[in-house]
Design a protein. Sequence first.
Length: 392
Amino acid sequence: MDTHANDPQPPTATSPAAPSAIAEPVARKGRFAASWPWALAGLIVVGFIAVVTWRIVAPQPDVWTNNAYVRVHPAVIAPRISGQVTQVSVRNDDAVRVGQILVELDDRDARAAVAAAEASLSRDHAMVENAAASILRQKSVIDQADAQVNTADAQLAFAEADASRYEHLAKTGFGTVKTQQQADSTLRQGRAALDEAKAALQAAQAQMGVLQTQETSARASVRASEAQLDQARLNLSYTKVLAPVDGMVAQRGVQVGNYVNAGAGMMAVVPLSEVYVEANYREVDLKHVETGQQVRIHVDAYDIDLDGTVLGVPAATGATFATIQPDNATGNFTKIVQRLPVQIAIAPNQPLARLLRVGLSVETTIETQLADVVGHARTAAQPAVAELPISR
């Protein structure tokens, strides 16, 4: 006989206690399935906040701005002299080479001025030759005057001896008074003749100085005429206005028949090979920017990227040289972050750089590598700082 037949049996899958044991894990799984989307959303929000905070707080090695434009220093074409336009050889957007003729002016007046200057120069050369011939002749005149002095001196010596002899004869009674008087007269005439010859010699010598001064003046006139001829030839060359640089013609504002004044702009030549980028960075973005750093340039018009190099941090902000500068010495003041126009050179050997046009908008990103600009400035040798004078 089985003594365990009436003992209570453990619950089985078919017993009434089985449903409650199975329902508890199912309830837990349902609560987890209901809460995990909220947990995931929370993680995403926290991650987003962390990323944004990191982007704001952490230093960024690259500084970016879209306040950047393509710039260049164009050559304004203006005539050196006034005149009437006879020919315009280019149009807007034409590519020109240095030395190419752009505009021609009426050259008849300039040619006449050249002919007049050449005639003046020939006349001055003739004056120089005439002065040189006069000086050569004057040397002979001086020699002649010197010979006359010697002749008068000899005649005076004979007259003095003759007068002394006749005076002695008159005293001893062997000569007449008339003969003595004639000898004395001849002596005085000899002395006067000698003085005249000496004066003539001095005049001839003085005339040599006058002629030499005239020759100097004539040679100076030659140099002045040569300068006038050079200027006339320059003015003749100025009737052809040439391109000073390689580039593209823009803003043509001249037509055949126009009368243009010296210095009046007629067109511009834009040297596209010398374009650069001017990026207006906020002052707080330049903490790690220094000369020579690499730059990525994105051109909006063509959706292309180019390489560049920082030329340097400018000496002043853009507002410093503005026409109307801000006056911060007033009662109300609002601090405004300033911008500095950083110049960026286009790296060479980039075929796509030929697409750049002045004024295009670009985006620039400077790869600073978090350079320690402040540390470099501390260790670098600093130039002497001028002291302001102190009034006493």
